[in-house]
Design a protein around this ligand. Structure first.
Ligand SMILES: O=C(O)C(=O)C[C@@H](O)CO
Ligand SMILES: [Mg+2]
Length: 390
């Protein structure tokens, strides 16, 4: 089997978009005295879809959502020539070829995300060529079904947050993630608003439902050190990305500070990046995203590292490229699940591009053993609501 073509298309959403509320999610830009929408940098309204075609007519699908136009340019100009004519089953060699040839500028960030998209397509191809789902090419079925947590609860009116949390309970979820809306710039009032939002959700879900707390890099070390002791009474499952991804020592200090596990990794790349996080005991939960970290090839290696270190892997963002990894290892106990809803910040945009993602039932998802590869197809339903850039 030989790769004969790589097609990278950017799907840019032009349909209805729900404008997010102010303070809907703290984030790295909050600490700057910028005016306007600090979450403007956090929009996933574009998505690059990669299709890798082989000489026997199979097409593998990959995807990347970080800087999609740049990712496409990297794929077209640098990565495609490195994989054309090769066998997708030589995925380790092809991963190293892409990684090493772009190493000067591509070991982290959008280039590694672009490499991830091609790698995911290679695994989809291998599944289609063998007639097996990707998880059967990794470690097979390690769970009857995958537990998943509902992930939205953006910071808004507390009554609305409580109603949303109740909806997840009614749907059978036993874990959910909420977002903080305030950080260091918002002073004592922001601290109180942060605590009030956690108290409000905890009041609805009670003590026996896992509650995860998301900062999305919107705090700093000093603020997080003040907040963590105040949050202990709510017994959160974890506090996510309290500081910038580069502040690994800050993560490590916070991870030892209280009983609250610190999670992170969605902005970290390759097994080398996660070796640092693990060696420094910087996180108690690993959250790589397979379409960023280096694809399935890299994520599979990180799963093995995590198992040895005893640190659970709960990948960022759900999606099939992550679900297959979670199914295939005991190191990953559960998945994130983004509820399907109108396009807002874009975490949910992949539902408008692809068909095949499983729908949770009572807080669990399952993967179809009879669907080869990732189990995804390109959706025709919303094509007219995208500008598609070839
Ligand atoms: O889902 C997450 O973990 C994210 O970081 C994405 C965004 O929703 C911010 O929470
Ligand atoms: Mg996150």
């Amino acid at each position: 089997m030989k790769i004969i073509n790589v097609r990278a298309r950017v799907f840019e959403w032009k349909g209805h978009t729900v404008p997010p509320q102010p303070h809907f999610c703290s984030n790295a830009m909050d600490l700057l005295w910028d005016k306007g929408d600090s979450m403007g940098t956090f929009r996933f309204h574009g998505w690059t879809v990669v299709e890798v075609e082989t000489d026997d007519g199979l097409v593998g699908i990959g995807n990347v959502a970080l800087a999609p136009r740049i990712a496409k340019a990297i794929i077209d100009q640098y990565l495609t020539p490195l994989v054309l004519g090769h066998d997708p089953f030589d995925y380790e060699y092809l991963w190293q070829r892409m990684y090493r040839s772009t190493h000067a500028w591509g070991r982290k960030g959008v280039a590694m995300a672009a490499i991830s998209a091609i790698d995911i397509a290679l695994w989809d191809l291998m599944g289609k060529a063998t007639g097996r789902p990707v998880f059967k090419l990794l470690g097979g079925r390690t769970k009857e079904k995958i537990p998943c947590y509902a992930s939205k609860l953006y910071r808004t009116d507390l009554n609305e947050m409580q109603a949303e949390a109740q909806r997840y309970l009614d749907q059978g979820f036993t874990s959910m993630k909420m977002r903080f809306g305030y950080g260091p710039k918002d002073g004592p009032e922001g601290v109180r608003k942060n605590l009030d939002s956690v108290a409000a959700v905890r009041e609805v879900i009670g003590p026996d439902v896992d509650l995860m707390l998301e900062c999305y890099m919107g705090w700093n070390l000093e603020y997080a050190k003040r907040m963590l002791p105040k949050l202990e009474k709510f017994e959160p499952r974890w506090l996510e990305e309290p500081v910038l991804a580069d502040d690994i020592d800050g993560y490590a200090e916070l991870n030892q500070l209280t009983s609250i596990p610190i999670s992170g990794g969605e902005h970290e790349f390759t097994s080398h990046g996660f070796r640092q996080l693990l060696d420094k005991r910087a996180v108690s939960v690993i959250q790589y995203d397979t379409n960023r970290v280096g694809g399935i090839t890299a994520a599979h290696k990180i799963n093995a590292l995590a198992e040895v270190y005893g640190v659970p892997v709960i990948p960022h963002a759900g999606q099939m490229h992550n679900y297959h990894l979670t199914m295939s290892t005991l190191a990953s106990p559960m998945s994130e699940y983004f509820p399907v809803h109108d396009v807002e910040v874009g975490n949910e945009l992949f539902y408008y591009i692809f068909e095949g993602d499983p729908t949770p039932e009572n807080g669990f998802i399952d993967l179809d053993e009879h669907k080869p590869g990732l189990g995804l197809t390109l959706s025709q339903r919303y094509l007219d609501q995208f500008n598609i850039m070839e």
